[in-house]
Design a binder for this molecule. Sequence first.
Ligand SMILES: [Cu+2]
Length: 101
Amino acid sequence: MNKMLVAMTRALGVLAFGFGLIASSSAFAAEKTVTLAVQNMHCASCPHTVKASLQAVPGVTNVVVSAEDKTAVVTFDDSKAQVDALVKATTNAGYPSAPKS
Ligand SMILES: [Cu+2]
């Protein structure tokens, strides 16, 4: 009797874990787009460096950098990436940035 209860509890635990995974990977995942104001872009190769630094962040799906506007428009999966991580990525590459509102 006791053993069966333990087995059932375990099975329920596994199920709950499975649902948790599904929930976190799909139900709450949303594609977001943020525009970052990027500093220090002074030459033609800068946008490439900024773009590469952002694309290296897990969860980032699209990056459009404008040297003219000094912005980077980043599309990302907000269950994998956060704006903080994007800002950190460009800053570490030598281009401090901040979300434009
Ligand atoms: Cu440059």
